[in-house]
Design a protein around this ligand. Structure first.
Ligand SMILES: [Fe+2]
Ligand SMILES: [Fe+2]
Length: 384
């Protein structure tokens, strides 16, 4: 990397990067709601050139090759490896968590002065159910984003070992979309459209003309947050089918994040300071969109809670603040490994500090490595 000269580089403002100056403008964040436009598809331009390679030497990048070999034996079948005959009583689960004091996504918020102040059992149980429908819907949409992005990586990455590996990930992501969609259709009680902040991010990732940005946006940021969110849900849920489904998905996702880190480490090593700076800005944009997307805007909108009240109860929930930061427990250390935290005089470090997530920079997650490098399928490994 070349020496940094910040004066020579255009400094983008928050407004330039995310369309607002204040990263914590909660009114704006909660007013942005995903809507059903009546169309069954969404078209996004792909501006990245498709790349043939004539260098077919398998194993030129040994770490990617090893990951590819692991991925081939790590496949599982979403139709037959999960106990789909499990009876799931969603209302009962929602009721039990209400009784145990978990008021859905805002378990310990101060409700004074909001519409939620007068809520009783019925409303809280219903919120718990909506929250689960919403969360699983967002997982499903995010998985489709991953499916499309990894298909794109197959086309755009110039290295044969990466094309091979990414092809296995396309299959993984197809399976993930399939199992989340099936769980929603057969075990839960309704779908949600894609969250607007997630949509903005996925559009930006797909539209970018630089092939490595697909990796950064999807493999590091979206997958990193998903992995943390799956981990929480896996820990919390007592429902055996969902628990197993999440564990299987997480075993795959660990490989996906490893693929992102390995590939980007190589590319970033040859980049100049201004190129790295653009990657930092993109990482920051993605991090904020991911944070904003976790606020359940579409639920509040559906049940008629105003953005003002929704923002207020969310901000007043101390547990929620901790949960939100913990969602970055995989993203921040990976950005550090890639050198993005401290390049450009620590620009991204400052941004992550403002977001309250910098404490995770040295967070080590050994299950991630174990999963990524495991032999055999999750079934053979006995992951339950
Ligand atoms: Fe996935
Ligand atoms: Fe993935």
């Amino acid at each position: 990397m070349t020496t940094l000269d910040n004066d020579a580089m255009e400094m983008l403002s928050n407004q330039d990067i995310i369309g607002r100056e204040d990263i914590n403008d909660w009114q704006v964040i909660f007013e942005s709601v995903g809507r059903d436009d009546g169309s069954s598809t969404r078209e996004v331009a792909n501006n990245c050139p498709t790349m043939f390679t004539w260098d077919y030497e398998k194993g030129y990048r040994p770490k990617l090759d090893k990951l590819y070999e692991k991925a081939k034996t790590g496949q599982w079948n979403g139709s037959t490896d999960l106990p789909w005959d499990t009876l799931v009583d969603q209302e009962k689960i929602a009721y039990e968590s209400y009784v145990e004091g978990a008021r859905g996504p805002i378990a310990s918020a101060n409700l004074a002065g909001t519409q939620l102040e007068k809520w009783g059992e019925k409303e809280w149980v219903s919120l718990n159910m909506e929250y689960q429908n919403w969360m699983l819907s967002q997982f499903m949409h995010g998985e489709q984003g991953a499916l499309l992005c990894t298909a794109k990586i197959v086309e755009t990455v110039p290295w044969i070992d990466a094309k091979y590996y990414a092809a296995t990930q396309v299959m993984d992501e197809a399976r993930h979309v399939e199992v989340f969609s099936r769980y929603l259709d057969t075990k839960l009680s309704g779908h949600y459209v894609m969250n607007s902040h997630l949509g903005l991010l996925l559009d930006d990732i797909v539209e970018d003309s630089r092939w490595d940005m697909t990796y950064l946006g999807m493999q590091i940021m979206v997958e990193g947050l998903a992995l943390a969110a799956f981990g929480f849900m896996h820990q919390m849920t007592q429902e055996p089918l969902l628990k197993k489904l999440l564990r299987y998905v997480m075993a795959d996702e660990a490989r996906h994040v490893a693929f992102g880190v390995l590939s980007l480490q190589e590319i970033y090593a040859d980049m100049n300071a201004s190129e790295i700076r653009e990657r930092q800005e993109f990482a920051f944009e993605a991090a904020l969109r991911m944070r904003d997307r976790m606020q359940g805007q579409e639920i509040w909108d559906r049940i008629g809670v105003t953005p003002r009240d929704a923002a207020q109860v969310t901000l007043m929930d101390p547990d929620r603040v901790v949960f939100q930061a913990a969602l970055f427990s995989k993203i921040v250390p990976n950005c550090k490994k890639l050198g993005l935290l401290d390049a450009a005089d620590g620009w991204l470090r400052t941004k992550f500090t403002e977001m309250g997530v910098i404490a995770f920079e040295d967070f080590e997650d050994t299950t991630l490595d174990i999963d990524a490098n495991a032999d055999g399928s999750p079934v053979e490994r006995g992951v339950e």
